[in-house]
Design a binder for this molecule. Structure first.
Ligand SMILES: NC(=O)c1ccc[n+]([C@@H]2O[C@H](COP(=O)([O-])OP(=O)(O)OC[C@H]3O[C@@H](n4cnc5c(N)ncnc54)[C@H](OP(=O)(O)O)[C@@H]3O)[C@@H](O)[C@H]2O)c1
Length: 260
C-alpha cells in the first residue's frame, strides 16, 4: 500500500505510555489521529501538541473498553465523524499481578474485556472494513509474556498469548493487502507497573526499554508487513530460548523470579 494514501490512525490507550509514543510517531509521518482511552485531559494536551507541531488533525474519543460493546460504540462515533481509519493500533491494555485466586472477579473480567474482547472486536470491526477496501494496517500490542506461562501474571500472560496467536493468524489471512503485526514489548518504563501492582524482578529491570524506542520498532515492523516483532535484543533472545525450554520449567523459573 502506498504510504501517502494513509490518512487516519485509531490509537487505543493513547493517554499514557506506549500509546502516546505511537501517536507521536504516526503524527510525525503526517497521519491524522483518533486518540482513545478513558482519561481525556492527557489526550487533549497531546492532540493540541501534535496538531501544532505536525499540522495533523487529531480527534479525541474517551471510552472505557472494559464496558461491553465499547468497540462498536467507537466504530459508531467514527462513522458519525466520517472517519475511516486506515491504521488501527490496538495498544490499550493492563495487567493484574497477584496470585490468580486473589484477583477480584470484577478486575479479572475488566482485564479480559480490555486485553482480549475489545481488542478482538476492534480488530474484527475495522479489519473487515479494511479487507473490503483492500488496504490497511493493524498493530496488535501483546507482550513477551505471550511466549511462556507467567505465574503471578497468569491471566495477563494468557491474554497476551491469545493476542499473539490472533495477530499471527490474521497476518496470513489478510495478506497481502491488509498488514497485521503483533508487537511484543518487554519491560517499558510506563504506568503499567503501577496499574498492575507489579514490581519487576531486578534481573528484568536491567532490560527495560523506553516506550519511544518500542513504538518505533513496532511501527517499522507494521509498515514492513512483519507478522510479529519482539522489541529489544535481550527480549528476542529470551523468546528464542522459550522455544527450547519446557513450558513447565519456564513457569517455575518465572514463578521463582517473581518472588525475589
Ligand atoms: N509497560 C510494560 O512493561 C509492557 C510490557 C509488555 C506489554 N505492554 C503492553 O503495552 C500496552 C501499553 O501499556 P503501557 O505500558 O503503555 O501502560 P500504560 O502507561 O498503563 O498505558 C495503558 C493504556 O491503556 C489504556 N487503558 C487501560 N484500561 C483501559 C480501559 N478500560 N479503557 C480504555 N483504555 C484503557 C490507558 O488509558 P486510561 O487509563 O486513560 O483508560 C492507557 O492509555 C498494553 O497493552 C500493555 O499490556 C506493556
Amino acid at each position: 500500500m502506498d504510504r501517502s494514501e494513509v490518512q487516519w490512525a485509531l490509537v487505543t490507550g493513547a493517554s499514557s505510555g506506549l500509546g502516546v509514543q505511537l501517536a507521536i510517531l504516526l503524527a510525525e509521518k503526517g497521519i491524522n489521529l483518533v486518540l482513545t482511552a478513558r482519561r481525556e485531559a492527557p489526550m487533549r494536551d497531546l492532540a493540541a501538541d501534535l496538531g501544532h507541531k505536525h499540522g495533523v488533525e487529531v480527534v479525541v474519543e474517551t471510552i472505557d473498553l472494559a464496558e461491553l460493546n465499547g468497540a462498536a460504540a467507537l466504530e459508531r462515533r467514527l462513522d458519525a465523524r466520517g472517519i475511516e481509519p486506515t491504521i488501527l493500533v490496538n495498544n490499550a491494555g493492563f495487567g493484574l499481578s497477584s496470585a490468580f485466586v486473589d484477583h477480584e472477579p470484577d478486575d479479572l473480567r475488566a482485564m479480559l474485556q480490555v486485553d482480549v474482547v475489545a481488542l478482538t472486536e476492534l480488530t474484527h470491526l475495522f479489519g473487515r472494513r479494511m479487507a473490503a477496501r483492500g488496504k490497511g494496517y493493524m498493530l496488535l500490542v501483546a507482550s513477551v509474556a505471550a511466549y511462556q506461562p507467567t505465574p503471578i501474571l497468569a491471566a495477563y500472560g494468557a491474554a497476551k498469548a491469545y493476542v499473539l496467536s490472533l495477530g499471527q493468524s490474521l497476518n496470513v489471512e489478510l495478506a497481502p493487502r491488509v498488514g497485521v503485526t503483533v508487537l511484543c514489548p518487554g519491560l517499558m518504563d510506563t504506568e503499567f507497573f503501577e496499574v498492575a501492582g507489579y514490581r519487576p524482578p531486578a534481573a528484568l529491570r536491567t532490560m527495560m526499554l523506553s516506550p519511544a524506542e518500542v513504538a518505533r520498532i513496532g511501527l517499522d515492523a507494521m509498515f514492513a508487513h512483519k507478522p510479529n516483532v519482539v522489541a529489544g535484543r535481550l527480549n528476542k533472545a529470551m523468546t528464542l530460548a522459550s522455544r527450547i525450554l519446557s513450558r513447565h520449567f519456564q513457569a517455575k523459573a518465572v514463578f521463582r523470579m517473581s518472588r525475589r
